[in-house]
Design a protein around this ligand. Structure first.
Ligand SMILES: [Zn+2]
Length: 476
């Protein structure tokens, strides 16, 4: 151990544990000086580290240590769960760098080269997205899922985007549950029923407060998104692209709540199965749920009914790792949110998992971006784009012939890849999220040039084909 590391162990910094909450904000706590060089997910902050112990809320030094602590804790949490050999996608480089204040916005991004955070003054209060550990851990979650499943980055499918958003919120939840102090707080707050709304289920209270002042119907009444919810699965192909926060839409943040809601119930269910109903039991439950999720996203094929596949693979992972002891908690949560139909949930038997075992065991994290995706070429004219346009549609074969619930009961029939991809493009355009450069626009192009609207995607000339293609810039 170096002299600096010894010093760092003695020194502390003031940080927030989860989210500062609405103004005036929470009282910070003391943590040891965070280490960003954690393997296998090292991070960095694009500015010099200030002196530890140097400053409290309202200063740049304080924001630095809050973000550093959030990055370090989330990296360590995921690092303990992912298969060995997992690393950031190549474009990130060895270290994922965070830029804490890139200008005015109430948002944060993962761009595949870095994490970017912003600030905005709302009702006289300056709100920095990097000052919320929950927002920082959400963004880091995007980078971790990208490392595990890079195929989701450009895939034109609602459920891939939504799983990314759910994974981000789960990243914040599981990292918070690594802290004994928060586990004790949450057990008191929920009286041991983790399904209830709590400090860890309420995502990004401060950013939620800020957005609520400007666009009140965009966020939950008490935070940005609450994982304690009852949103029931619908095929996103049939949902509207936009709507108030109390409705389910195909928008990735809205639709993510179906999966993250089920995940909170899974943590709650596995906790009820623990020998001790205390903070140690809760730590164990969170770790098991995280492990099953990582196994599932590595093994689940990228298909149209993707939520059902990830759910089925969590049940299979539990069978393989733990002999299926958490099966009831998993099935019950996925059925209650409609992610699995009843017949789907009951069809994943031990024998069925054993029969499919080889394919699951062979799955490894990473791989090329287009692995398992199929190219769909559409006429761009109908979308205001000149010439043919290619989309990366989900093209893998479903494992376990399972699907989500149909509203009247039974299973939904998943849409075909072309339908999924075109519906996805149409929704992006209807939400104004695609940057279509001037030279690619048709005469009747519907273009949203509002500079304040984030463009998550762009139309570019394809390197592989002659025509144009849809690519992602970032997750927000
Ligand atoms: Zn996100």
């Amino acid at each position: 151990m170096t002299v600096q590391q010894h010093q760092a162990m003695d020194q502390t910094v003031l940080v927030y544990e989860d989210d500062p909450g609405p103004p005036p904000g929470a009282v910070p706590v003391r943590h040891p000086v965070p280490q960003l060089e954690t393997q296998p997910f090292p991070t960095a902050i694009a500015q010099p580290a200030p002196q530890p112990d140097s400053a409290g809320p309202g200063t740049a030094a304080f924001r630095y240590w809050v973000a550093a602590d959030a990055l370090s804790s989330a990296s360590r949490m995921w690092g303990s769960l992912v298969p060995s050999g997992t690393q950031w996608v190549p474009s990130v480089g060895r270290v994922l760098t965070a830029h804490l204040d890139e200008g005015v916005d109430l948002n944060a991004f993962y761009t595949r080269t870095s994490l970017e955070f912003f600030h905005q003054t709302v009702a006289g209060v300056e709100v920095f997205s990097a000052q919320s550990p929950e927002v920082v851990r959400h963004e880091l979650g995007h980078a971790v899922l990208d490392a595990l499943r890079p195929q989701l980055f450009h895939a034109a499918m609602h459920e891939g985007d939504a799983l990314h958003e759910a994974f981000g919120d789960i990243s914040a939840l599981l990292t918070a549950l690594q802290m004994e102090s928060l586990r004790v707080t949450v057990l008191t707050e929920t009286q041991g029923n983790l399904e209830l709304s709590s400090r860890v289920s309420r995502m990004a209270e401060q950013l939620g407060w800020a957005i609520r002042q400007l666009k009140p119907d965009r966020v939950d009444p008490d935070c940005l998104r609450n994982m304690s919810n009852t949103f029931f699965y619908r095929d996103p192909v049939g949902l509207p692209p936009l709507g108030p926060a109390n409705t389910l839409t195909s928008g990735p943040h809205s639709f993510s709540r179906v999966f993250s809601g089920a995940f909170l119930k899974i943590v709650a269910g596995i906790f009820r199965q623990q020998a001790t109903q205390d903070q140690a039991g809760l730590a164990k439950a969170a770790e098991i749920a995280g492990r099953l999720l990582v196994d599932a996203v590595v093994a689940a094929p990228v298909v149209a009914a993707y939520y059902a596949q990830v759910a089925g693979h969590m049940i299979a992972a539990d069978q393989r790792r733990f002999g299926g002891v958490h099966g009831q908690s998993l099935r019950s949560a996925f059925v209650r949110h409609g992610i699995l139909s009843l017949e789907a949930a009951t069809s994943i038997t031990a024998a069925e998992v054993a029969r499919r075992g080889a394919g699951i065991a062979e799955a490894t994290p990473g791989g090329s971006d287009d692995q398992g995706l199929t190219t769909v070429t559409i006429q761009g004219m109908a979308y205001g784009v000149k010439g043919p346009l290619t989309l990366s549609a989900p093209g893998e074969v479903r494992r376990f012939g399972i699907a989500g619930s149909a509203p009247a009961g039974g299973s939904l029939r998943p849409a075909d890849p072309e339908q999924v991809a075109t519906s996805y493009l149409e929704d992006l355009l209807r939400r104004g999220r695609v940057d279509v450069p001037e030279e690619h626009r048709s005469d009747t192009a519907v273009v949203d040039d509002n500079p304040s609207r984030l463009k998550t995607h762009e139309i570019v000339r394809s390197e592989a084909t002659e025509g144009l293609t849809l690519v992602r810039r970032c997750f927000d």
